[in-house]
Design a protein around this ligand. Structure first.
Ligand SMILES: [Zn+2]
Length: 261
């Protein structure tokens, strides 16, 4: 994971930078002089600046903001296959985004897809063989619901992606250092025995290892462990990112944007 120019506080996965036909970026709460760099127009304190902020970050890495395609994230497991008629849905904000969509995949060039978060993990899947990408909003709920496997399967069915070919970046998100959970949460999680081990106990408190759970879901879906790059930044304790746990309703959103050239 490389940080680009320090004042910008945007990030790229070093394992994905070597591919000429892919462009991607992970944003944070900061960019140049802005210290509340919210890219969601429907939540957060400075949501009226979201469209300007999206354009600034897209321009900085040469992503075509006018064709930016997003979903209305609702913590469900629907995966949108972005086709020509979907291009640009959400580019004018939440109202025009694809409804009930927490993951998007596409094989179209010049078609940036985006997911946003304040604590949830954002995941980028890249298939260099069939030339296709996917982005996932991996909350505990979507992860528990199987969104990782569903997204990999959707790429397999639509683009003939072999999961073993995928190169994956896992962005910032709630870390096991801070992500405290309660008994009802653990009870819910316990119905999936593969996820339950990612509840860990320290000093009589329970924490959920969301990145660990997402990583194991990726591997279970056929992704090779050594092709997963983890950013390892916890949004709850790292104030360079937005956190719903830390900031509540005033939390803006950071994002992951990816596009085939
Ligand atoms: Zn932390």
């Amino acid at each position: 994971m490389l940080g680009m120019e320090n004042s910008r506080m945007i990030y790229q996965f070093s394992s994905l930078l070597r591919f000429d036909d892919l462009v991607h970026v992970v944003t944070s709460a900061r960019f140049d002089q802005y210290d509340d760099f919210n890219i969601a127009d429907h939540v957060g304190l400075n949501c009226e600046s979201a469209m300007r902020n999206r354009r600034l970050v897209c321009d900085s890495v040469e992503i075509n903001c006018d064709r930016l395609t997003t979903g209305q994230q609702v913590h469900k497991t629907n995966v949108a296959v972005v086709t020509a008629q979907d291009v640009g849905r959400g580019s004018e904000g939440w109202g025009s985004a694809i409804p009930e969509t927490d993951a998007l995949v596409t094989n179209l060039g010049d078609t940036p897809i985006m997911v946003i978060s304040a604590d949830c993990l954002l995941v980028l899947l890249y298939d260099p063989v069939q030339r296709a990408i996917g982005v996932i909003h991996a909350s505990w709920r979507t992860t528990f619901g199987g969104i990782i496997g569903k997204t990999v399967d959707t790429m397999r069915q639509n683009f003939r992606t072999e999961p073993g070919d995928l190169i994956v970046g896992m962005g910032p998100g709630a870390g096991v250092c801070c992500y405290e959970v309660d008994d009802p949460f653990v009870e819910t999680i316990s119905s999936r025995s593969e996820i339950l081990p990612f509840v860990v106990r320290r000093n009589d408190t329970q924490y959920f290892d969301l990145p660990g759970a997402v990583r194991s879901e990726l591997v279970r879906s056929g992704v090779q462990a050594d092709r997963i790059e983890q950013m390892n930044r916890c949004t709850i304790c790292d104030t360079n990112f937005f956190s719903y746990r830390r900031q509540g309703k005033s939390a803006g959103r950071f994002g992951l944007i990816a596009s085939l050239r």
